[in-house]
Design a protein around this ligand. Structure first.
Ligand code: GLN
Length: 461
């Protein structure tokens, strides 16, 4: 039999449907890959026994003719999603012993669709970073060059997908954390419109920005993965009641007559395939239109003020009193201090200190409120652009992955690291990265068009 881990998710689903192999077969193949490539440190927790049980159940479902949309497909879950009975750490020491008694809505829906859980993937601690180096469980290595980082924060998921240790994986974005590692690991990533996927059970970083999404080896696979995750959930008040569109069906490879906006602020630095890509889109019949997004430059600062302010509030719950790691002290206050000092890594502590300042009486007026105002102006940039064009097109991350050493010395703070990613997080619009590093951003709720254009972008040789 050919190596089943070479199949895309879509091909895996077809093979399972045609009874060419079983879910147990393909699950075993992925488990073997995970073992062989353990040195990449893509997983924090592997769940092989659980995976095989799920695979067996899945094969029984297929035999009975009751297959879900992802029936039997082995996937990995970023360790920001709470999984019932399976340790969920957010890559932090403070949650290193945390076993949730509940399941995130999005992962629950993946299991209902028949997916098989291979394990929980590495991430920057509380998803704060772009290299996966802030993880308490150590850095993940980029499978294409092990001296380099996979990007982040969903770096474990991206490395696992790129190295064929799973058919697809979940990720989360707050400021680019799916598209960034997708670009660094040469795979596809997609974050839907804010409100499409429930945040219930996803470890909170910055609630007005956090979004569940997916990573896979093709955009078609992303469409297969994300569709069952979407839809209304009464447990998240920001989750939309809109009907979930047919995303896989929307991939018709036809962008004739479509208006594609090229924001000049997103093309200051471009990768080698940029010009050929523009040419390719024109050949496909799209019309390319220059657009201005004048507040792009400010997005980074706005993101850090808002996300850190929200993170301070969200992470206040980790006090050692109720769950997670506790470090004792002589008094209650000392116990809180010891727990938080030892439980959180440096990056998370830095962000909480700044976030506390941004939300203090003075910081609030001087930073938090102006950041919110600037966020509205960034939103206006998008509204204006979408009056003229159907989608925006740009590189996702115009730089190559930095080495682990460079990352330790702050390489991720560079201007071109996530400048092209953050504005779409601040505004909640859908966005994705094709497996050649190019990005498409769409109108609110128009997830289908974003995937459709990205799917065409992946046809480029
Ligand atoms: N790289 C950004 C950061 O460091 C974004 C992280 C994210 O999207 N979770 O916060």
């Amino acid at each position: 039999m050919t190596d089943l881990t070479n199949l895309t998710l879509s091909a895996t689903l077809k093979g399972l449907e045609n009874k060419e192999f079983s879910s147990v077969d393909v699950t075993k193949a992925y488990l073997q890959k995970m073992e062989d490539l353990r040195r990449l440190n893509a997983f924090i927790t592997e769940t092989p026994e659980h995976a095989l049980e799920m695979a067996k159940a899945s094969d029984e479902h297929r035999a009975k003719g009751i297959a879900g949309k992802l029936e039997g497909a082995p996937i990995a879950i970023k360790d920001m999603f709470c999984t019932k009975g399976i340790r969920t750490t957010a890559a932090s020491k403070i949650l290193s012993n945390f076993v949730p008694e509940f399941e995130a809505t999005t992962t629950e829906r993946l299991w209902q669709a028949g997916a098989v859980c291979l394990g929980k993937t590495n991430t920057d601690e509380f998803a704060m970073g772009s290299s996966t180096i802030t993880s308490y469980f150590g850095v993940t290595h980029n499978p294409h060059d092990e001296t380099r980082v996979p990007g982040g924060s969903s770096g474990g998921s991206a490395a696992a997908v790129a190295a064929h240790m799973c058919a697809a994986a979940t990720g989360t974005e707050t400021g680019g954390s799916i598209r960034h590692p997708a670009s660094f690991c040469q795979i596809s990533g997609f974050k839907p419109t804010y409100g499409r996927c429930s945040r219930y059970g996803v470890v909170a970083y910055a609630s007005s920005l956090d979004e569940p999404g997916v990573l896979a080896r093709t955009i078609e696979d992303c469409a297969h993965m994300i569709e069952p995750m979407m839809g209304y959930d009464p447990k998240d008040s920001t989750c939309s009641k809109r009907e979930v569109p047919d995303l896989v069906g929307a991939l018709d490879k036809n962008i004739k007559g479509m208006k594609i906006g090229i924001p000049k602020e997103y093309t200051e630095l471009v990768p080698d395939n940029w010009e050929p890509a523009l040419q390719f889109l024109k050949e496909q019949g799209a019309e390319l239109i220059d657009v201005d997004m004048p507040h792009t430059e400010e997005a980074g600062m706005v993101y850090y003020v808002i996300s850190q302010g929200e993170a301070t509030t969200n992470l206040a719950r980790y006090d050692g009193a109720r769950y997670g790691v506790r470090v004792e002290g002589k008094t209650l206050d000392e116990m809180y201090m010891n727990t938080r000092m030892e439980g959180f890594g440096q990056e998370v502590r830095n962000r909480m200190i700044l976030g506390t300042f941004f939300t203090s009486a003075k910081g609030y007026n001087d930073y938090f409120v102006p950041a919110q105002k600037m966020r509205s102006l960034i939103k206006q940039d998008f509204d204006k652009a979408f009056e003229k064009v159907d989608v925006l097109f740009s590189p996702a991350v115009p730089i190559k992955p930095f080495t682990i050493e460079e990352a330790k010395h702050g390489a991720a703070k560079g201007r071109f690291n996530d400048n092209y990613l953050m504005p779409s997080c601040l505004t909640g619009v859908p966005a994705g990265c094709a497996n050649n590093g190019l990005q498409v951003i769409g109108r609110m709720w128009d997830d289908a068009t974003v995937l459709k254009v990205l799917d065409v972008v992946e046809m480029m040789k």
